[in-house]
Write a protein that binds this ligand. Structure first.
Ligand SMILES: [Zn+2]
Length: 181
């Protein structure tokens, strides 16, 4: 039996730059997508353009003040936020760049929607090659990663009726203690 595969790509995700000399290059996402198109892989998958994650969705895992920071800080207003850089581990590895908040929302949106599509049972496999930025912590950036789309997707998966260990009354702490087990 062939597997039903969903593929998520938002073309704007390839337009962001971490800055000159930075090894993380979102443009590679565009190159990868071009391979998907030109090799005809898209014919074997259902292609979705995910909507960006909302602030509320990002806050399902991340601290409110950290998400607020990510969505508001820009290179132009960075001086107003400089006192928070050390606390949020923003700097060389995880720099403030133009569109940082949009980038986070775009790549996380694909992972969250992928998890939802798995939950409905309409697809067996969901692909979001823009995501996987798993180093980001609840309160801070780490290893080129600002928002942890993997954890956000796991939170969605835990909402599924097939998930044996979640009900509506679970707190965030309980979800994570369960998901660590
Ligand atoms: Zn990382």
């Amino acid at each position: 039996m062939s597997r039903r595969v969903a593929y998520f790509f938002e073309h704007r995700v390839g337009n962001f730059h971490y800055g000159p000399g930075h090894p993380m290059k979102p443009h590679r996402l565009t190159l990868t997508h071009n391979l998907v198109v030109n090799y005809g892989l898209w014919k074997h998958m259902k292609v979705f353009r995910p909507r960006p994650a909302t602030k509320d969705e990002l806050q399902q895992f991340h601290a409110d003040d950290y998400v607020d920071f990510l969505l508001r800080v820009t290179p132009d207003n960075a001086h107003q936020f400089a006192h928070q850089f050390a606390r949020f581990n923003v700097g060389d590895d995880c720099p403030v760049f133009d569109g940082l908040g949009n980038f986070c929302s775009l790549y996380a949106g694909g992972s969250i929607e992928g998890a939802r599509k798995l939950n409905t049972g309409d697809f067996d496999i969901c692909v979001n090659w823009s995501g996987g930025l798993h180093h980001a912590k609840k309160f801070e950036a780490s290893g080129f990663c600002f928002v942890n789309d993997i954890n956000l997707a796991i939170i969605e998966l835990l909402r599924s009726e097939v998930s044996p260990f979640l009900n509506e009354n679970c707190s965030q702490e309980e979800i994570f203690s369960l998901s660590r087990e």
